[in-house]
Design a protein around this ligand. Structure first.
Ligand code: IMP
Ligand code: MG
Length: 183
């Protein structure tokens, strides 16, 4: 789905498909260098990180392993609840592994700070975080992020995996959702 297909649902296009891909390539070069000598386990956070994972993993010129977790965030609301629940756990034993969490967005930071602690408690050798987007003005808990794509304003955004009520995940770009859609 392209921006033109749902123009009236967006107030603004924040990041184009080309800009996303260029940024992921840049981050891939950093990750290759930082993880040299080890095979990282990429842990994607369902469902929002599906697009980031698919494109970022293919940018990497080295071997990786891939696994997925699903944790609860918020349903049809646009505000973070702070309640984190595991809906789908890893299939992989991560003891001794170098883990790279792949996330779509850091809003309050609650999800990622919980997830990092959870994975560290399983005996991972290292746990790093890659997030395509971050809303610095919305952060409630400080979570150190190793690789960040773009800092954005505290608006509700959709596209490239990010949804509103499960819609817009298949939008190629990232845009600000128009208030008339959710009010
Ligand atoms: P946090 O725990 O507040 O950092 O929330 C992180 C999760 O909330 C993300 O993984 C997204 O699923 C969701 N989220 C936060 N901001 C947005 C947004 O602007 N659009 C869509 N989903 C969002
Ligand atoms: Mg998410």
């Amino acid at each position: 789905m392209d921006v033109d297909d749902i123009r009236a649902d967006l107030t603004e296009v924040l990041i184009t498909e080309d800009e996303i891909h260029a940024k992921l390539a840049e981050l891939a070069r950093q990750v290759e260098a930082d993880f040299e000598g080890t095979t990282p386990l990429l842990v994607g956070v369902l469902k929002g990180a599906v697009m980031v994972m698919a494109d970022f993993a293919r940018e990497l010129r080295v071997h990786i392993d891939m696994d997925w977790m699903a944790v609860s965030s918020y349903g049809a609301s646009t505000e973070s609840s702070g309640v984190v629940r595991i809906l789908k756990d890893l299939d992989t034993d991560i003891a001794g592994r170098d883990v790279l969490i792949v996330e779509d967005i850091i809003d309050s930071g609650l999800t990622l700070s919980w997830l990092r602690a959870n994975l560290e408690s399983r005996g991972a050798n290292s746990v790093r975080i890659l997030a395509l987007l971050r809303k610095p003005e919305s952060i409630k808990v400080d979570v150190p992020v190793d690789y960040i794509g773009f800092d954005i304003p505290p608006a509700f955004v959709v596209g490239y995996g990010l949804d509103y009520a499960e819609r817009y995940r298949n939008l190629r770009a990232i845009g600000v959702l128009a208030p008339h859609v959710y009010q």
